[in-house]
Design a protein around this ligand. Structure first.
Ligand SMILES: [Zn+2]
Length: 266
Protein backbone atom coordinates (compact mmCIF):
# COMPACT_ATOMS: atom_id res chain seq x y z
CA UNK A 1 0.00 0.00 0.00
CA UNK A 2 1.19 3.49 -0.71
CA UNK A 3 1.74 5.38 2.54
CA UNK A 4 2.18 9.16 2.74
CA UNK A 5 3.59 10.86 5.82
CA UNK A 6 1.90 14.26 6.20
CA UNK A 7 2.61 17.09 8.63
CA UNK A 8 -0.85 18.18 9.81
CA UNK A 9 0.04 20.90 12.29
CA UNK A 10 3.51 22.31 12.97
CA UNK A 11 4.04 22.66 16.73
CA UNK A 12 5.97 25.62 18.14
CA UNK A 13 7.56 26.15 14.74
CA UNK A 14 9.81 23.09 15.13
CA UNK A 15 7.87 19.83 15.38
CA UNK A 16 5.50 18.28 12.86
CA UNK A 17 2.28 16.50 13.74
CA UNK A 18 2.75 13.38 11.66
CA UNK A 19 -0.36 11.84 10.10
CA UNK A 20 -0.24 8.80 7.82
CA UNK A 21 -2.39 8.68 4.73
CA UNK A 22 -2.76 5.14 3.41
CA UNK A 23 -4.02 4.44 -0.10
CA UNK A 24 -5.69 1.12 0.71
CA UNK A 25 -7.57 -0.98 -1.85
CA UNK A 26 -10.92 -0.09 -0.23
CA UNK A 27 -10.33 3.66 0.03
CA UNK A 28 -8.20 6.11 1.99
CA UNK A 29 -7.24 5.54 5.62
CA UNK A 30 -5.76 8.12 7.99
CA UNK A 31 -3.68 7.36 11.06
CA UNK A 32 -4.48 10.30 13.39
CA UNK A 33 -5.95 13.49 11.98
CA UNK A 34 -3.82 16.39 13.21
CA UNK A 35 -5.13 19.93 13.52
CA UNK A 36 -8.38 20.46 11.58
CA UNK A 37 -10.13 23.35 9.88
CA UNK A 38 -12.53 23.89 12.79
CA UNK A 39 -9.58 24.16 15.22
CA UNK A 40 -8.21 26.95 13.03
CA UNK A 41 -11.61 28.70 12.96
CA UNK A 42 -12.00 28.54 16.78
CA UNK A 43 -8.66 27.80 18.49
CA UNK A 44 -9.80 28.95 21.95
CA UNK A 45 -12.97 26.84 21.97
CA UNK A 46 -11.55 23.76 20.31
CA UNK A 47 -7.92 23.57 21.48
CA UNK A 48 -8.23 25.36 24.82
CA UNK A 49 -5.33 26.75 26.89
CA UNK A 50 -2.95 24.03 25.71
CA UNK A 51 -2.59 25.92 22.44
CA UNK A 52 -0.40 28.50 24.19
CA UNK A 53 2.02 25.72 25.15
CA UNK A 54 2.19 23.72 21.92
CA UNK A 55 1.56 26.70 19.59
CA UNK A 56 0.17 24.91 16.53
CA UNK A 57 0.66 26.74 13.22
CA UNK A 58 -3.11 27.09 12.50
CA UNK A 59 -2.56 27.05 8.74
CA UNK A 60 -5.39 25.54 6.64
CA UNK A 61 -2.77 24.26 4.15
CA UNK A 62 -1.43 22.01 6.94
CA UNK A 63 -4.72 20.20 7.60
CA UNK A 64 -5.20 16.61 6.43
CA UNK A 65 -8.18 17.61 4.28
CA UNK A 66 -6.05 20.13 2.33
CA UNK A 67 -2.97 17.89 2.19
CA UNK A 68 -5.05 15.09 0.66
CA UNK A 69 -6.41 17.49 -1.97
CA UNK A 70 -2.88 18.73 -2.70
CA UNK A 71 -1.89 15.13 -3.51
CA UNK A 72 -4.63 15.02 -6.14
CA UNK A 73 -6.77 12.70 -4.00
CA UNK A 74 -10.35 13.23 -2.84
CA UNK A 75 -10.83 13.77 0.92
CA UNK A 76 -14.32 12.24 0.58
CA UNK A 77 -12.60 8.90 -0.08
CA UNK A 78 -11.35 8.77 3.53
CA UNK A 79 -13.38 5.86 4.93
CA UNK A 80 -11.44 5.13 8.11
CA UNK A 81 -9.39 7.06 10.67
CA UNK A 82 -7.33 5.09 13.17
CA UNK A 83 -6.43 7.08 16.31
CA UNK A 84 -3.35 6.61 18.49
CA UNK A 85 -5.01 8.67 21.26
CA UNK A 86 -7.41 11.58 21.88
CA UNK A 87 -5.07 14.55 22.49
CA UNK A 88 -6.10 17.78 20.74
CA UNK A 89 -3.37 17.65 18.12
CA UNK A 90 -4.40 14.14 17.03
CA UNK A 91 -8.21 14.43 16.79
CA UNK A 92 -8.75 17.99 15.53
CA UNK A 93 -9.16 16.83 11.93
CA UNK A 94 -11.91 14.26 12.70
CA UNK A 95 -14.68 16.80 12.07
CA UNK A 96 -13.35 17.35 8.54
CA UNK A 97 -14.22 13.68 7.78
CA UNK A 98 -17.61 13.28 9.50
CA UNK A 99 -18.56 10.11 7.57
CA UNK A 100 -15.37 8.17 8.33
CA UNK A 101 -15.37 5.38 10.90
CA UNK A 102 -13.01 6.27 13.76
CA UNK A 103 -11.13 3.27 15.13
CA UNK A 104 -9.99 3.57 18.76
CA UNK A 105 -8.98 1.45 21.73
CA UNK A 106 -11.77 0.90 24.25
CA UNK A 107 -9.54 2.16 27.05
CA UNK A 108 -8.74 5.33 25.09
CA UNK A 109 -12.43 5.98 24.38
CA UNK A 110 -13.44 5.29 27.96
CA UNK A 111 -10.86 7.65 29.47
CA UNK A 112 -11.42 10.42 26.93
CA UNK A 113 -15.19 10.26 26.47
CA UNK A 114 -17.16 7.90 28.71
CA UNK A 115 -15.51 8.06 32.10
CA UNK A 116 -12.74 10.66 32.09
CA UNK A 117 -11.02 11.27 35.39
CA UNK A 118 -10.27 14.84 36.55
CA UNK A 119 -6.95 15.01 34.65
CA UNK A 120 -8.60 13.70 31.52
CA UNK A 121 -11.55 16.11 31.70
CA UNK A 122 -9.03 18.95 31.73
CA UNK A 123 -6.82 17.45 29.05
CA UNK A 124 -9.25 16.40 26.31
CA UNK A 125 -11.53 18.81 24.44
CA UNK A 126 -15.13 17.69 24.05
CA UNK A 127 -15.72 20.41 21.45
CA UNK A 128 -13.58 18.48 18.97
CA UNK A 129 -15.95 15.49 19.21
CA UNK A 130 -19.25 17.38 19.09
CA UNK A 131 -19.95 16.25 15.51
CA UNK A 132 -20.42 12.72 16.91
CA UNK A 133 -17.78 10.43 15.32
CA UNK A 134 -18.79 6.88 14.35
CA UNK A 135 -16.50 4.87 16.62
CA UNK A 136 -15.33 1.30 16.25
CA UNK A 137 -13.57 0.19 19.44
CA UNK A 138 -11.21 -2.62 20.31
CA UNK A 139 -9.72 -4.17 23.41
CA UNK A 140 -6.29 -5.76 23.51
CA UNK A 141 -6.30 -9.47 24.28
CA UNK A 142 -3.45 -11.93 24.23
CA UNK A 143 -2.48 -11.66 20.53
CA UNK A 144 1.08 -10.49 20.04
CA UNK A 145 3.25 -9.21 17.21
CA UNK A 146 7.02 -8.95 17.69
CA UNK A 147 6.40 -9.38 21.44
CA UNK A 148 3.96 -6.43 21.66
CA UNK A 149 0.22 -6.80 22.22
CA UNK A 150 -1.65 -6.27 18.95
CA UNK A 151 -5.16 -6.03 17.51
CA UNK A 152 -5.83 -6.82 13.87
CA UNK A 153 -7.36 -4.08 11.72
CA UNK A 154 -7.49 -6.32 8.63
CA UNK A 155 -11.03 -5.11 7.89
CA UNK A 156 -9.71 -1.53 7.61
CA UNK A 157 -6.70 -2.44 5.45
CA UNK A 158 -5.14 -5.87 5.22
CA UNK A 159 -2.22 -6.29 7.58
CA UNK A 160 -2.94 -3.11 9.53
CA UNK A 161 -2.98 -3.37 13.32
CA UNK A 162 -3.09 -1.53 16.62
CA UNK A 163 0.01 -2.10 18.76
CA UNK A 164 -0.17 -1.54 22.53
CA UNK A 165 2.25 1.27 23.46
CA UNK A 166 1.30 2.45 26.97
CA UNK A 167 2.63 5.51 28.79
CA UNK A 168 1.48 8.74 27.14
CA UNK A 169 -2.26 8.38 27.82
CA UNK A 170 -4.51 5.55 29.00
CA UNK A 171 -5.22 3.33 26.02
CA UNK A 172 -2.50 4.91 23.86
CA UNK A 173 -1.64 2.66 20.88
CA UNK A 174 0.61 2.64 17.86
CA UNK A 175 -0.64 1.78 14.39
CA UNK A 176 1.23 -0.61 12.08
CA UNK A 177 0.75 -0.19 8.33
CA UNK A 178 2.25 -2.73 5.93
CA UNK A 179 4.23 -1.29 3.03
CA UNK A 180 4.28 -2.74 -0.46
CA UNK A 181 6.79 -5.53 -0.01
CA UNK A 182 5.78 -8.98 1.05
CA UNK A 183 2.47 -7.86 2.53
CA UNK A 184 0.68 -10.13 0.06
CA UNK A 185 -2.35 -7.95 -0.51
CA UNK A 186 -1.55 -5.59 -3.34
CA UNK A 187 -0.49 -6.75 -6.76
CA UNK A 188 -1.09 -3.40 -8.40
CA UNK A 189 2.34 -2.85 -9.93
CA UNK A 190 1.97 0.91 -9.74
CA UNK A 191 2.19 0.72 -5.96
CA UNK A 192 5.80 1.33 -4.97
CA UNK A 193 7.42 -1.36 -2.87
CA UNK A 194 7.93 0.28 0.49
CA UNK A 195 8.87 -0.41 4.06
CA UNK A 196 6.28 -1.12 6.69
CA UNK A 197 5.57 1.79 9.04
CA UNK A 198 4.72 1.77 12.72
CA UNK A 199 3.23 5.13 13.72
CA UNK A 200 3.99 5.16 17.44
CA UNK A 201 1.85 8.24 18.21
CA UNK A 202 3.34 10.02 21.22
CA UNK A 203 5.05 6.87 22.60
CA UNK A 204 8.30 8.77 22.10
CA UNK A 205 9.11 12.35 21.06
CA UNK A 206 12.56 12.10 19.51
CA UNK A 207 14.38 9.48 17.46
CA UNK A 208 17.21 9.33 20.02
CA UNK A 209 14.85 7.81 22.57
CA UNK A 210 14.69 4.58 20.56
CA UNK A 211 18.01 4.85 18.71
CA UNK A 212 21.16 5.02 20.87
CA UNK A 213 23.21 6.42 17.95
CA UNK A 214 21.14 9.64 17.99
CA UNK A 215 21.49 12.20 20.79
CA UNK A 216 18.24 13.26 22.51
CA UNK A 217 18.03 16.90 23.66
CA UNK A 218 17.86 16.99 27.49
CA UNK A 219 14.49 18.76 27.52
CA UNK A 220 12.70 15.96 25.63
CA UNK A 221 12.33 13.39 28.46
CA UNK A 222 11.15 16.18 30.78
CA UNK A 223 8.46 17.24 28.32
CA UNK A 224 7.48 13.64 27.81
CA UNK A 225 7.03 13.01 31.56
CA UNK A 226 5.06 16.24 31.99
CA UNK A 227 2.45 15.05 29.48
CA UNK A 228 2.37 11.35 30.43
CA UNK A 229 -0.67 9.91 32.20
CA UNK A 230 1.05 6.57 32.81
CA UNK A 231 4.70 7.61 33.23
CA UNK A 232 5.71 4.30 34.78
CA UNK A 233 5.15 2.58 31.44
CA UNK A 234 7.34 4.89 29.33
CA UNK A 235 10.69 3.14 29.82
CA UNK A 236 9.34 -0.28 28.86
CA UNK A 237 7.57 1.11 25.80
CA UNK A 238 10.81 2.82 24.69
CA UNK A 239 12.86 -0.33 25.12
CA UNK A 240 10.30 -2.42 23.24
CA UNK A 241 10.32 0.06 20.34
CA UNK A 242 14.12 0.32 20.34
CA UNK A 243 14.48 -3.46 20.11
CA UNK A 244 11.84 -3.65 17.37
CA UNK A 245 13.41 -0.83 15.33
CA UNK A 246 16.83 -2.53 15.58
CA UNK A 247 15.52 -5.99 14.73
CA UNK A 248 13.43 -4.86 11.75
CA UNK A 249 15.64 -1.96 10.55
CA UNK A 250 15.65 -3.24 6.96
CA UNK A 251 11.90 -3.54 6.61
CA UNK A 252 10.23 -1.24 9.16
CA UNK A 253 10.25 2.49 9.92
CA UNK A 254 9.21 3.33 13.48
CA UNK A 255 8.03 6.95 13.51
CA UNK A 256 6.27 9.09 16.11
CA UNK A 257 3.99 12.09 15.75
CA UNK A 258 6.30 14.95 16.65
CA UNK A 259 9.91 13.94 15.91
CA UNK A 260 11.25 16.61 13.53
CA UNK A 261 13.66 14.17 11.85
CA UNK A 262 12.71 11.70 9.16
CA UNK A 263 10.10 11.74 6.40
CA UNK A 264 7.19 14.07 7.00
CA UNK A 265 9.41 16.13 9.30
CA UNK A 266 10.32 19.74 8.74
ZN1 LIG B 1 0.75 14.79 20.22
Amino acid sequence: MRIHQLNCGTMAGISPTRVLLVEAPGGLVLVDSGIGLQDIADPAGRLGPLRHLVRPALDPAETAVHRIGALGLDPRDVRHIVLTHFDVDHIGGLADFPDATVHVTTQGLTRAVRLPRFVERRRYRRAQLEHGPNYAEYEFGSDRWEGLRMLSLDHVAEGMMFVDLPGHTMGHAGVFVPGGAGAGHDDDDETPVGKDILHAGDAFYHRGQIDPSVRTPAVIPLQERAFALEPGAIAMTHSGLAALARRRADSLDVVCAHDPSGPGGL
